[in-house]
Ligand binder design. Structure first.
Ligand SMILES: Cc1ncc(C[n+]2csc(CCOP(=O)(O)OP(=O)(O)O)c2C)c(N)n1
Length: 457
């Protein structure tokens, strides 16, 4: 976030007085806001109203009807068989090491997902969400960001954490709410966050991360301007198409566009928001069409094609840094093959056959595997080794974390204020009294310091 000093220097970015008349569509070189003269030139064939600066007059009354327009195309590099669709496109080559890292990261996440989904079913953890079918969006996009770009995620982007360096133990510390969890066990499982890897902590209320990302991108814009010789950063922000129905989405895209914030918005459109299918979520052309409406450069990409997601994000990042900074929207198309979470049974609202069909027909992991095999970079033996090693690493971390204690109970109340308030101290004392009086009802042996953890330190 911008420091107080940085904010004090925001002055030049904010224009309080109207600029002298310029060409109607010229952009302010500093903040990229549109400067316009509102005068209508005599005899002009175009409207120069302040709200529509380059609209030609017409005498034909014709509504713009979205239903008559083609849907925006979907960019892809690989087809469903993992073959390059158009060799003439000359996209930059991805190194062998990078291709293998992306593949291994996707497979590792998918293996951890299966193990942890079952762990919830067995009562070892309270909740879990898998990213099956969407691993390519998280891993592919993360591969084109700088490790220093701050990220705001929703909850189905585990691949980001995996790509940036989370170990199985890091995941397990959060999932089991152990004392090693930097969040001190305060969040639901899968609500990871990491200062080290510059990913803001995930929060449950949908879409809150989107305006936060726009604001962070404004701070990053200021920092980029103040330190032009440092690495220029963008913010990346992930959300589902369901979250895009929240007011926060619209406020965020508009402020990011009007303030020209360097943020790459990445929508995972997986067809469902829990039980709500896209047909009931919106009637426009997906989420991409909304980016255009906000004046944001937009691309729809095949989310099952990790190479396409990687290239789209690389170009989106470059665009976001151009012209002093601006937002870009990617809509990554996919299908949520899993249940929404461990609290959901998706066969109550969609046919099993539909899911099986998607699983069989298309999948980011299988697609990349086919491509790697066609390049001679992968075979059955490497697959067996990868799967068994990933499984072993996850299970080892799982078993260890399962035995570890939760942080001391006082952490429920700490960090809300710099120092605990008198009321909090009193509440802590009352809680301790209750636990001491009813030890059979409140078994606190799983928490570090036991009942003593309810004492101030
Ligand atoms: C403000 C708010 N409303 C409702 C919910 C309940 N909820 C949790 S996830 C979800 C669906 C979100 O769908 P989408 O954004 O498409 O992401 P997906 O789960 O499909 O990845 C809903 C409605 C919530 N967490 N926050």
């Amino acid at each position: 976030m911008a420091s107080r000093r940085a904010l004090a220097t925001l002055g030049p970015l904010v224009h309080r007085r109207a600029a002298p008349a310029l060409k109607p569509t010229s952009l302010c070189p500093r903040c990229q806001s549109r400067r316009q003269s509102v005068s209508q030139r005599p005899g002009s064939d175009r409207v120069h109203f302040p709200g529509a600066v380059n609209s030609s007059f017409t005498s034909a009354l014709s509504f713009t009807r979205p239903s008559e327009k083609d849907a925006m195309p979907t960019f892809r590099i690989l087809d469903q068989d993992g073959a390059i669709v158009d060799q003439s496109q000359n996209h930059p080559e991805t190194s062998k090491e990078e291709l293998l890292k992306m593949y291994k990261d996707m497979v590792t996440v998918s293996i951890m997902d299966i193990i942890m989904f079952d762990a919830q079913r067995q009562g070892r953890i309270s909740f879990y969400m898998v990213s099956a079918g969407e691993e390519g969006i998280a891993v592919g996009s993360a591969s084109s960001l700088s490790p220093n770009d701050p990220i705001f995620a929703q909850y189905r982007e585990t691949g980001i954490f995996q790509y940036r360096g989370f170990t199985p133990s890091d995941f397990m510390a959060q999932l089991f709410a152990t004392a090693n969890d930097p969040g001190r066990g305060r969040n639901m499982p899968v609500h990871y966050g990491s200062t080290k890897y510059k990913v803001h902590t995930i929060s449950s209320p949908l879409a809150t991360q989107i305006p936060q990302a726009a604001g962070a991108a404004y701070a990053v814009k200021v920092q980029n301007q103040q330190n032009p010789t440092d690495e220029q950063r963008v913010v990346a922000c992930y959300f589902g198409e369901g979250a895009a129905s929240e007011g926060d989405f619209h406020a965020a895209l508009n402020i990011a566009a009007t303030r020209a914030c360097p943020v790459v918005f990445i929508c995972r459109n997986n067809g469902y928001a829990i039980s709500t299918p896209t047909l009931e979520q919106y009637r426009g052309d997906g989420i991409a069409s909304r980016g255009v409406g906000y004046g944001i450069d937009t691309l729809r990409v095949d989310g099952n094609d990790i190479l396409a997601v990687r290239e789209a994000t690389r170009q989106a990042r470059a665009l976001a840094l151009s012209d002093g900074g601006k937002p870009v929207l990617l809509e990554a198309m996919s299908y949520r093959v899993s249940h929404h979470s461990t609290s959901d049974d998706s066969f109550a609202y969609r046919a099993k056959l539909e899911v099986e069909d998607w699983k069989r027909r298309d999948n980011p992991i299988v697609r990349l595997r086919k491509y790697l095999e066609s390049c001679g970079l992968w075979d059955d033996d490497s697959e067996k080794v990868l799967r068994s090693e990933a499984r072993k690493a996850v299970l080892e971390a799982y078993r260890k974390a399962d035995k570890e204690k939760h942080p001391p109970l006082r952490n429920m109340l700490t960090d809300v204020y710099e120092e605990m308030t008198e009321e909090q101290v009193e509440q802590l004392g009352k809680m301790r009294g209750v636990v001491e009086r009813f030890p059979d009802e409140y078994d606190v042996s799983g928490f570090e310091e036991g009942v003593e953890g309810l004492r101030m330190k």
